[in-house]
Design a protein around this ligand. Structure first.
Ligand code: ADP
Length: 934
């Protein structure tokens, strides 16, 4: 009611509600209410839908009509809603107003619809629409695809694409551009571009003003062509880009935006620079090497050959025509066929690349070797169109190759004929080649060794060492030498000295080889072993000698220190350079104070000094090798010593030059004193000698007188002795009266004693004569054999008396000798008589033997009493008898052997005796076969 009361004042009228007409019948009121409500809702929904269509499809033709329809339907819906309101509220003015509005919109809509009718009926039918729609969708799909493709294209384009719309808002920003700039964060106008993007002039430093930005210029209507600018990317990297821009204009001329394509030419720039550099380098290389290039147009025959290559052949550029013929005419005729064949092989696909070596004629008529390489370009059908390649002057290489071939051949001949073992091995020692010398050095055939490893043949001890070396092979010098033993085929070992050379002709390790030359050094090794042994022996010897030398040195020192002799050295000027310690003890002067002083200072008298000076000078001048001199020398104590100096030249053993003198000094003072005493004694002796000589003369005279007296006396005595003997013999004959037995005995004794006395007198006389030199030998030739027999026979009766045998034994091939027969007879008689006299049993043997052509030995041998050794020396002296007692058994004067000796000596002989007491004696007389005449 409150609601109702409020309405009424608004309307200001008092009408009845519409429900009243329906009598407030609930069903009728309900029917109207619900129907009107449903219609209102439906109309509102349709209106809203139409508005929605209008909004969503601005493209529909006459879509404003939809708004009209929507308004008209909406007002219709409101009218129905008001109808519900007026059931209870009689606001008919309000309802009428709404209705009027609805009418207005309906009329307007109807008018418009009618006006548009002719056009609307031309609208396609739904089928047509569907068909159109389908086509449209198809086109749409294609457009969509194309759009996606374009977007993908734009995305994948390395060029950056930026576009803006008519307002200058950036509408397209492809992937490449995003990588440079990043996505735009907000809508920015063309005016602000220069602030948001890092764009610079090509120097990369000067920021690009807004007016110069290509998109801005295109947006302003300008067409931008190949404009270079620099962009600093989000990563801070400067890129040089080429921008092309254009405004987007509708056919009507309306400007709807602008687009710019940006190409990053940084790499191109770099490549261009590199290419330029490379071209320059290539050009330089071509110029430097003299190599050239060619470009042969196979179709036209035009053949470009680089000028520097022509120059290499001696041609100026224009002198060698740029045609195929220009080239062909200069190829050596002998090579041309093969070159053309190779070109054809390349064209025919048999060779992937054209390569040929041939000679080309130079301007001066000589030929140069060329290495040509080329590749061809073909058309689609595979026909060659063009060939481009290089020309290289390989003349030097060709000559080197020829020389190399010759050298290799020479090497092969040398290797095959060398007595050294020449081999090629891989780095791990496998023989690739081995020279025939392996037969003589190792006993293998070359093919038995090739393919096998050096280590198979090595002595185990050497293999280890060599293996170590091999592991260091890359550090080794190019050439190195080893000695090792290799096993021969017969199992023995040969020492080889091998020089290895690594041929580093390639950096590829597998292609490196070792060339080796081995020489048999077995003999040298054996010699080395011998030398080592010898060396050891020598060292031992050296050690021994050193120790001996040490001992000698020690000895020498002690000798020097202890010897009483001074040992000295002087230089060439005669100054002491060395003095042994004895110097000080002899002279009293210290060695140090004496050294370097002239040695002549130690000589006292001027005469000696002069003499010694001369001697020393002669020594130094090598006129005499050594000298000795005795002189008096003053001592430090003020007295004198007699010294004897002996000096020799001090010669260098090798150079034979001398460096002064050396020698000894002896203190001869005592000797000199002894000599003085001796001299005094000698003088005394000489005096005595003279006296003795005088006495001797006197004695000789006395002896001569004695001999003379004896001779005279015995001579004188012999006469009365002969008378005594003669008369006593006469008495014995009893012619002058009978004699009693006693008288006969007495006369007989007188006779015997007289006979003995006479014999003694004769001997004394002989001796005296010999002593006085009164007998001269009288040599004559006679037969010694006969002589001996005769003489012995004269004495046989004496032997027989004593019943002794008497034999003669001769060994005389040449019995004739020359001697004094009388002397010899007396010698023999004396010796045989003595033998008989001093022999009681046994016998006597007389023998003679010829010793040589010169001498004869006569011996008288008995078996008698013999002679004591102590008497042997005296029996040849006068009056000497072994038994000198008065009771002796054997008579004699003791002169017999003395006379015998004198007689033997007179005939140039000698006499000796050998005897032993009780055994017998042998007297031997040695005589010259031919006595020297007096
Ligand atoms: P004598 O007249 O004494 O024989 P000799 O001069 O002939 O003198 O001999 C000297 C001494 O030599 C003898 O007295 C004797 O002792 C000794 N004598 C000499 N001949 C022999 C001999 N054949 N056998 C032993 N003694 C001998």
């Amino acid at each position: 009611m409150l609601f109702h009361a409020n309405i009424i004042p608004l309307t200001g009228t008092a009408l009845i509600p519409h429900g009243t007409c329906y009598l407030w019948k609930p069903s009728l009121v309900g029917l109207h209410s619900v129907s009107n409500g449903a219609i209102a809702l439906a109309y509102a929904a349709i209106s809203l839908t139409l508005i929605q269509v209008f909004r969503k499809r601005p493209d529909l033709p006459f879509n404003w009509l939809l708004i009209l329809f929507a308004s008209f339907i909406l007002f219709c819906g409101i009218s129905h809603a008001i109808d519900i309101w007026t059931l209870w509220h009689p606001d008919y003015w309000f309802a009428g107003g709404i209705l009027a509005l609805t009418a207005w919109f309906s009329l307007g809509t109807a008018t418009a619809t009618i006006a548009l009718f002719p056009q609307v009926i031309t609208f396609p039918s739904p089928q047509q629409m569907a068909e159109k729609n389908r086509q449209l969708q198809k086109v749409n799909g294609e457009l969509q695809k194309e759009r996606q493709f374009l977007q993908a294209l734009l995305g994948s384009l390395s060029d950056g694409i930026i576009a803006c719309d008519a307002e200058g808002v950036l509408t397209l920003f492809n992937q490449a551009t995003q990588t440079w700039h990043g996505l735009p964060q907000k809508t920015i106008t063309a005016e602000e571009w220069s602030q948001y993007y890092s764009l610079y002039r090509t120097d990369g430093k000067t920021p690009l003003p807004k007016e110069e930005i290509p998109l801005f210029r295109a947006f302003q209507g300008e067409t931008v062509r190949d404009e270079q600018i620099a962009i600093v990317t989000q990563e801070g990297e400067a890129r040089i880009v080429l921008a092309n821009g254009t405004p987007i204009l509708l056919p009507t001329g309306e400007k709807v935006g602008a687009v710019v394509a940006i190409r990053d030419i940084t790499e191109i720039r770099k490549t261009e620079a590199a290419l330029k550099e490379s071209e320059e380098r290539w050009q330089l290389v071509l110029e430097g090497t003299g190599d050239g290039i060619f470009d042969w147009n196979i179709i036209t025959g035009e053949t470009f050959i680089s000028p520097q290559f022509k120059a290499n052949l001696g041609y100026r550029d224009e002198e060698m025509e740029n045609t195929y013929e220009g080239w062909e005419s200069r190829v050596h005729p002998d090579d041309l066929e093969e070159v053309l064949e190779r070109i054809q092989d390349n064209f025919a696909g048999r060779l992937p690349q054209y390569t040929a070596e041939y000679r080309m004629r130079c301007k001066d008529g000589t030929y140069k070797w060329i290495l040509a390489k080329g590749i061809d370009r073909r058309d689609e059908a595979g026909n060659p169109l063009r060939m481009v390649g290089s020309l290289q002057d390989i003349t030097r290489r060709k000559y080197t190759e020829t020389a190399l071939k010759e050298s290799l051949e020479r090497d092969r001949v040398i290797a095959e004929n060398s007595s050294d073992l020449i081999a090629t091995q891989t780095l791990d020692g496998i023989y690739l080649y081995i020279s025939p010398a392996c037969r003589s050095l190792l006993g293998y055939e070359p093919e038995q060794m090739v393919g096998r490893s050096l280590f198979e043949f090595l002595h185990p001890e050497d293999a280890t060492a060599l293996q170590k070396t091999q592991t260091l092979i890359h550090q080794l010098p190019e050439r190195y030498t080893h000695s090792y033993r290799m096993r021969r085929h017969d199992g023995s070992y040969t020492w080889l000295e091998t020089t290895h050379k690594i041929s580093r002709y390639s950096t590829d390790e597998n292609q490196q080889l070792i060339v080796s030359i081995s020489r048999d050094i077995t003999a040298r090794k054996q010699a080395e072993v011998a030398i080592v042994t010898l060396n050891q022996e020598l060292e031992q010897e050296l050690d021994d000698r050193k120790s001996r030398l040490k001992n000698i040195n020690r000895l020498y020192r002690s000798v020097l220190n202890n010897v009483r002799e001074v040992i000295f050295q002087t230089d060439k000027t005669g100054r002491w350079t060395f003095l042994s310690p004895a110097w000080e003890s002899i002279t009293g002067f210290g060695i140090e104070e004496s050294l370097n002083k002239p040695f002549i200072d130690c000589v006292y008298s001027e005469k000696d000094q002069q003499r010694i000076h001369t001697l020393f000078r002669d020594l130094i001048l090598e006129k005499r090798p050594a000298w000795r001199y005795e002189f008096r020398s003053p001592t430090k104590h003020g007295n004198f010593r007699w010294l004897e100096i002996y000096m020799r030249l001090n010669l260098d053993g090798e150079s034979k030059s001398h460096f002064g003198a050396y020698g000894t000094i002896n203190d001869i003072t005592e000797r000199k004193q002894a000599e003085a005493i001796l001299k005094a004694r000698a003088d005394e002796l000489a005096k005595q000698q003279r006296q003795i000589e005088l006495q001797n003369l006197q004695l000789q005279e006395a002896s001569r007188l004695k001999s003379q007296f004896l001779a005279t006396m015995s001579h004188e005595l012999r006469t009365p002795m002969n008378a005594i003997m003669g008369f006593s013999q006469m008495l014995q004959t009893q012619q002058y009266g009978e004699l009693t037995q006693r008288q006969q005995d007495m006369v007989s004794r007188i006779f015997n004693n007289s006979q003995n006395l006479l014999m003694m007198l004769n001997e004394v006389l002989d001796f005296s004569k010999l002593e006085a030199g009164g007998i001269e030998p009288n040599p004559e030739s006679f037969d010694l054999g006969k002589f001996l027999h005769l003489t012995v026979e004269e004495l046989r009766s004496l032997a027989d008396n004593k019943q002794l045998s008497l034999r003669v034994n001769l060994d005389l091939p040449h019995p004739i000798i020359t001697s004094d027969q009388n002397c010899l007879r007396r010698v023999l008689v004396n010796l045989v008589s003595n033998a008989i006299k001093f022999t009681n049993t046994g016998g006597i043997k007389v023998s003679a033997k010829e010793m040589d052509n010169e001498q004869i030995v006569i011996s008288v041998e008995d078996t008698g009493i013999g002679i004591d050794t102590q008497d042997l020396g005296t029996i040849f002296q006068a009056f000497r008898q072994v038994d000198q007692t008065l009771t002796r058994q054997h008579s004699g004067t003791g002169l017999g052997l003395a006379i015998t000796k004198s007689l033997v000596e007179m005939i140039d002989g000698t006499i000796h005796v050998e005897s032993q007491v009780g055994e017998g004696s042998v007297f031997r007389v040695r005589l010259p076969k031919s006595a020297t005449p007096p």
